[in-house]
Design a protein around this ligand. Structure first.
Ligand code: FAD
Ligand code: MG
Length: 335
């Protein structure tokens, strides 16, 4: 994470860590972003939040591709020569990601790790690689090269590296929901770097939560649309999130696994609204790669999965598959 961004987040943590009479919240910088959870005040509330944040830190140590001592990083360097036995969490998320890679025809790509590292977008070493470097790595970045044998994972080539950046925050959000439910917390808002889960109804009411979707051309706090939702996850992938410009060209962190370059289409962000945050996270990335029409085809084939989507386009318009979610609208619907 670039230093200036980290300082901004740390300042932000200072501002948002608070307790009032009715709710208790906590925020910390984990999984490369600011994570916050707010729950109703109770005598156990602090202990529950402590449990949640301990779990976030534990998951970071397993799933991070940015920490060379994480379980995933060790797997990426050692599982080419020999299959490696992994933790249940890593096994579950790799198996799930392999399934999504297949069903999205590789738009979401579990084995994209080498290309992500080559570009380094969002990190100090970000750069536009030479075309030959991309071409060299592209054939290895395929989920078929990641084999799961019982509780072991095997990488078929040294360059087939796993990256869970597009699903890890969703997985962590689902785990937070499990913990909160097991502690009988009925309403909560979990925000893991913009990957949001709203549990139950808004605190002490029977109303839906109002969740703002960022205006892609505005400041991070400027909402273009406000959604009304309950008991669901809202996950957005945007081309403005981690990016840099070189010679007037905008390079962002969501790569098209077919070309090895940042995705180029008319979308600027995709928000997926569904109960399973891991799936919402994976699909928001996949839909951004697939583009609007192919994403609709996917949704038609998978209509039983109860997924709603908001697509924002570069021309400042939007389309949604579920009008009922929109509570406020500051941008034009596309026709
Ligand atoms: P999403 O669209 O959800 O995901 C984009 C990310 O997924 C990319 O950054 C890349 O990693 C990967 N990706 C790109 N294209 C594809 C594709 N087609 N298919 C599948 N995956 C793709 N960031 C830091 O700066 N420092 C950290 O220490 C750090 N630690 C992290 C630890 C964990 C456990 C996780 C889950 C993330 C961490 N991150 C960290 C953030 C990470 O590097 C990603 O940039 C971030 O998850 C992007 O999330 P997003 O919601 O913006 O975009
Ligand atoms: Mg994602």
């Amino acid at each position: 994470m670039k230093k200036n961004l980290k300082s901004f987040f740390l300042f932000f943590i200072f501002l948002v860590s608070c307790t009032n009479k009715k709710t208790v919240s906590r925020a910390d910088f984990i999984i490369g972003t600011i994570c916050s959870i707010k729950i109703p005040a109770s005598k156990n509330a602090d202990a529950i939040l402590e449990k949640c944040f301990a779990e976030l830190k534990r998951l970071d140590k397993i799933l991070s591709a940015n920490d060379e001592n994480s379980e995933l990083s060790k797997l990426n360097t050692s599982a080419f020569l020999n299959p490696v036995k992994v933790s249940p969490e890593l096994l579950e998320l790799v198996a799930f990601s392999k399934m999504v890679s297949k069903e999205t025809d590789g738009a979401f790509e579990l084995a994209i790790g080498s290309l992500v590292k080559l570009w380094g977008i969002g990190f100090e070493n970000e750069r536009v690689p030479h075309e030959s470097e991309i071409k060299e790595l592209l054939p290895f970045c395929k989920s078929e090269n990641i084999k799961i044998i019982d509780e072991e994972i095997f990488l078929e080539t040294a360059n087939s590296k796993i990256d869970l950046g597009a699903v890890g925050k969703g997985y962590a959000a689902d785990r937070m929901v499990e913990i909160l439910k097991s502690e009988n917390v009925e309403s909560a808002i979990i925000n893991l770097g913009g990957n949001i889960y709203v549990l139950g109804k808004k605190f002490f009411t029977n109303e839906n939560w109002k969740i703002g979707l960022r205006n892609p051309s505005g400041a991070p706090t400027d909402s273009a649309l406000v959604l009304q939702v309950s008991n669901t996850s809202v996950v957005t992938s945007g081309t403005y999130e981690r990016c840099f410009e070189q010679n007037g060209v905008h390079y962002h962190h969501i790569l098209d696994p077919k070309t090895g370059y940042p995705v180029k289409n008319n979308l600027v962000s995709v928000s997926v609204i569904c109960e399973n945050s891991t799936y919402a996270d994976a699909l928001s990335t996949a839909f951004l790669v697939l583009g609007y029409e192919k994403s609709l085809d996917f949704l038609k084939k998978n209509y039983s999965k109860k997924i709603s989507v908001v697509f924002m386009f570069k021309d400042g318009t939007y389309k949604t598959t579920n009008e009922q979610l929109i509570a406020e609208d500051k941008m034009m619907p596309a026709h």
